[in-house]
Design a protein around this ligand. Sequence first.
Ligand SMILES: Cc1cc2nc3c(=O)[nH]c(=O)nc-3n(C[C@H](O)[C@H](O)[C@H](O)COP(=O)(O)O)c2cc1C
Length: 301
Amino acid sequence: MRVLLLYFSGTGHTSLCAQKIKDAFLAQGHEVVSYAYRASEPFMEDVNAFDLIGFGYPIHAFNIPEAFYRFMKAFPSAEKPFFVFKVSGEPFHFNDASSYIGVRALTKKGYRLVGEKHFLMPYNIMFRYRDGLAKQMFLYLGPLCQAFVMGLCAGEAERIRYRFGHKVLSFFLRIEWIAPKINAPLMRASKKKCTHCMLCVKSCPMGAISVRKNGTLKFSSKKCAMCMRCAFFCPHDAVGFGILNPWKVNGPYPFDKLLPDESVDPHFIHEGMKGYFRKFLPYFRKQDALLKEKGIPNPLD
Ligand SMILES: Cc1cc2nc3c(=O)[nH]c(=O)nc-3n(C[C@H](O)[C@H](O)[C@H](O)COP(=O)(O)O)c2cc1C
């Protein structure tokens, strides 16, 4: 098969997921072309040259980020099978219907949904996940992508049901799409901390950050997708995130350092645990059962 992977990623977690899905397809002898959404780089491939298409995004307020939804909606029509991979910080069913409108838009264009999977990766907003939890999520990512791809290739991939209540919740929380328009004009780069390295300007997937004549940064209310990339990766924690500043998380999760670090225990979510994160247990139990069924080694064994 020739597989096309199209995805949006703010802080790299959906990119990592796309990479693991790509690796799994390649390992099965398929060909993969990936496109990471950037407003300035239009998608140029011929859809008809592919046998299967995957759409991936980070869940934002129980929805697809608006820019990526518009991309899906404007996608050329074709009678092709497609799948969805979505990434988010919590495993709750509230996130289930986030893809509903994107799937509906593609179905109207002739596409046929053949699989959908929700992958857990750490929060890039609100608060930083503890190292053990980030490591646990990352360790599961590869095997789960492998299981998902095995299912896709066998024509029996996972699907997600869109319950009415979750569709209603996603509908109302689409109000988040106007949040960047209000928040971006309030965003500032700290005069004390900003070194004008231009990392945020160059890496913004929406091309939303520019430099004024006086050297200060301007965050465009029309373009910002509130993906957090600028604030998350700023090496000097110089980006003030407007009204959402108290929810800012600065600094990427150092997965490459966490993996070999034996002092970081990845059994963060476990049977005996109590408190909020106990609610994550059903997700991990389900994934453990899936890996067992597919004969894929459990990353925590
Ligand atoms: C504006 C915004 C809204 C978010 N809303 C949700 C949400 O509704 N549910 C959730 O589980 N995670 C939510 N998250 C967390 C991200 O989905 C999560 O951190 C994901 O790993 C980010 O992926 P990325 O690095 O590809 O952007 C939100 C993040 C942002 C920036």
